[in-house]
Design a protein around this ligand. Structure first.
Ligand code: EIS
Length: 209
């Protein structure tokens, strides 16, 4: 079993509402994954993502019966803080978390699709760059884009990355990518649902950091 598949996201109900408790449980496994990547630059990313999760969880735990779905939280904050919303509370944390999740989705999808630099087939820079350009770059000013470039050069080799995804076990690339494809089914559906919810509620912002 791969590390990813151990923590498969749950299937969504027909109305595509994302259950807060299940979502928090699924994303809680992501931060520790950064520890396998071996460079300090990933600790910055880890703590950012972890901070988002902690913030959403803190709101959820205040009233789990009221915040059954992620949309319940975003709507409650909209009603409670009309002046600041959506740049407030768990709404802001989830706005950023979903971008990191989208980054991971595009990176994994690109690897699963076999996109590669033919001259350097064991590097994942083309995949990481694609994910960055599609999910994050437009929200980053020059300083954070510089941090991205440091992270890009610290990115693990594909073989090591796939090994980290597979609980440190030596697995064949194709076997690991088959697991990735299976993981992506419910993962992508969940990330898409969160994006659609933000767009539907007009909760998306495009400021840069
Ligand atoms: C947000 O951060 C906070 O998250 C949010 C609130 O404080 C808000 C206020 O405006 O700011 O400044 C952060 C931003 N977060 C904004 C930047 C952090 C460093 C990001 C460096 C860019 C690195 C790009 C990724 C390169 C990775 C190479 C990977 C090679 C394998 C399997 C790998 C997965 C990598 C996943 C990367 C996700 C990056 C997510 C960055 C999000 C971001 O841009 S609040 O906090 O509301 O909770 O208080």
């Amino acid at each position: 079993m791969s590390l990813l598949l151990d923590n498969q996201f749950k299937e969504l109900p027909p109305d595509r509402a994302v259950d807060t408790k299940l979502f928090l449980e699924s994303v809680s496994h992501i931060p520790s994954f950064f520890d396998c990547l071996g460079s300090n630059v990933f600790s910055v990313i880890k703590s950012d993502i972890n901070g988002n999760i902690v913030k959403i969880k803190a709101v959820y735990l205040k009233d789990p019966a009221r915040y059954v779905t992620l949309q319940d939280i975003v709507e409650a904050e909209r009603d409670a803080h009309p002046a600041e919303w959506p740049k407030v509370g768990a709404t802001l944390a989830l706005m950023w978390l979903k971008r990191g999740l989208r980054f991971i989705q595009i990176l994994l999808q690109s690897l699963a699709d076999g996109e590669r630099d033919e001259n350097n087939p064991n590097l994942i820079r083309v995949n990481v760059t694609k994910a960055y350009e599609e999910a994050l770059k437009k929200y980053h000013g020059w300083l954070v884009q510089k941090i991205f470039h440091v992270a890009l050069h610290a990115a693990p080799y594909k073989s090591n990355f796939l090994k980290a995804l597979s609980k440190g076990e030596e697995v064949k690339e194709e076997e690991c990518l088959a697991n990735v494809r299976q993981f992506l089914v419910t993962y992508t559906a969940t990330v898409d649902a969160v994006y659609d919810m933000y767009s539907h509620l007009n909760a998306e912002l495009d400021y840069t950091v």
